[in-house]
Design a binder for this molecule. Structure first.
Ligand SMILES: [Zn+2]
Length: 248
């Protein structure tokens, strides 16, 4: 079963590559079929196999020899691994597992789009928010009430921060965490904001100290918020226990 989930992750990862590339450009994710960006060579069925095709083709287009970015197989591999972790953590309930696979896919896509373009598209954040709300109806681990509360607490908190910091935080970050709130509920979403912001600040510290990043520049929080959200999705319970055990 783990192998099946892993292969499913590779295949979905291959689709996520298409989403990451096409959504910010406003292109359809269905048409045209996958093709080489350089010579328009349409990928054959064998060339569409995740990871393996990259190895077989030695990282080059079979038609024009253009180098294929190592990122494509990397995204496929990461998606496969994240899918397996979801399965190991959530195998006991199919709806939680489905929610986990969807949330992970969304977070992987948003991380890379934010990294490439410094945007978090509404179609994915707001779309994911509604998916999270609908899934909460069927999930045993969260009530609809808690999903809505998660949306309001995480989104509302960041909205206040955005106002207070006068634009230091993008609107996309707010929608991202409101979306995460519908999956994680208020407590874990709130914790994910703190850990994500902390990681983001630590990562930009060298830039701030060297003066490359001014106090005015927008910090790239998206990938860190997404990463922290995934950590709390998987291990939130343990982290809370650990945190409480320090004080009690
Ligand atoms: Zn080509």
């Amino acid at each position: 079963m783990i192998l099946i989930i892993f292969i499913l992750g590779l295949v979905i990862g291959s689709f996520l590559n298409v989403v990451i590339y096409r959504v910010p450009e406003g292109k359809s994710i269905i048409k045209p079929p996958s093709h080489c960006l350089e010579c328009d060579h349409r990928l054959s069925p064998i060339e569409l196999i995740p990871v393996i095709s990259y190895i077989v083709l030695k990282g080059k287009c079979s038609s024009c020899d253009t180098k294929i970015s190592l990122r494509y197989p990397a995204v496929e591999l990461v998606t496969g691994i994240v899918f397996v972790i979801n399965y190991l953590q959530l195998y006991y309930n199919i709806m939680n597992l489905i929610a986990g696979l969807i949330l992970s896919s969304i977070l992987i896509v948003l991380t890379l789009i934010d990294y490439d373009h410094q945007i978090l598209p509404d179609s994915i954040t707001i779309g994911g928010l509604f998916v999270g709300l609908i899934l909460s109806i069927f999930r045993p681990d969260i009530t609809v009430f808690n999903a809505i509360l998660g949306l309001l607490v995480a989104g509302g908190f960041l909205l206040i921060i955005a106002y207070a910091s006068k634009g230091g935080l993008g609107g996309g970050d707010i929608k991202l965490m409101a979306m995460v709130g519908t999956f994680l509920g208020p407590l874990s979403a709130f914790a994910a904001i703190f850990i994500g912001a902390l990681l983001g600040l630590l990562a930009s510290l060298p830039g701030i100290l060297s003066g490359e990043l001014s106090r005015k520049s927008k910090l790239p929080f998206g990938p860190f918020l997404a990463g922290a959200s995934l950590i709390f999705w998987f291990w939130g319970d343990y982290l809370w226990e650990f945190y409480l055990s320090i004080f009690i």
